[in-house]
Design a protein. Sequence first.
Length: 265
Amino acid sequence: MTGPRHMVHSVFAGVLFVLSAAGASSASAADRDKLLSEPGVYGTFAAFRINDEWGRLDQKVRSTQLNAFKAVVERHRDKLAIDTYLLRGLSDRADFLLRIHGAELKDSQQLLLDVLASPFGRYLSGELILNGMSKKANYVPGFPDGMKADLKAPSESGPYVAVIPIRKDADWWALPQDQRLAMMQEHTEAALPYHKTVKRKLYHSTGLDDFDFITYFETAKPDDLHSLILALSKVKEARHNRRFGHPTLLGTVTTLDQLIETLGQ
Ligand code: HEM
């Protein structure tokens, strides 16, 4: 088919494609933005390993199972913001990771139950589940104005993702707010040189799993993440880290379609 009608059709198809690619992240972009930026939202990180047996299945069967897995994820996107990451090749702990944001933890639980109950899910083992929640900044309001302004500058994201859970010691929690504020100011001073190239998000997880925080980073420069962690390990606040990582997850940001394509190979 040629001519203007075809052109209109393909332009329209292109627009539809762009819209559906954007919408692939959630039912409504506005809801997704809210879930990712507002306080009081739950974040669940679920890392899965695929059993070797799955790789021996017929290619067609695997592809049908992956499509059913995709349908399960898509179905939950009306309530949840779901991000997918490929860990295989960079992390020995698991093959892929789901990061789920929702107003209710039970919605995230239902998604994971539905994934595990799907035909593909029978070949998956859950290697790690971390739960946390976003909260209003505890210390930033007490920082000097210049530092507050620096923190407002945008951060660049990138293909690499790192998830590092942290547990603090009891002494940290027993310190008065002003002492913790001073230490977090020192933390921020040391970290600010990397603010531009390392995008971060903090989840509070005390009581929701074995850690106190889940720290999440996206970057195009893993070398900056490395230097950042070294810089932060020198500040006083770091002495209160009782557990840092163990595990650290490293992977790449992928769309659901890319993930399915890679796993299906
Ligand atoms: C881009 C570099 C970073 C900057 C600019 C930065 C800045 C900050 C700021 C401003 C806070 C205080 C939030 C509040 O007011 O509640 C904070 C908290 C925190 N940061 Fe960082 N950070 C960076 C990287 C990191 C890294 C690499 C880690 C560890 C892997 C980390 C671990 C934490 C933890 C655990 C908290 C919570 C502390 C608490 O509430 O007790 N940060 N960070």
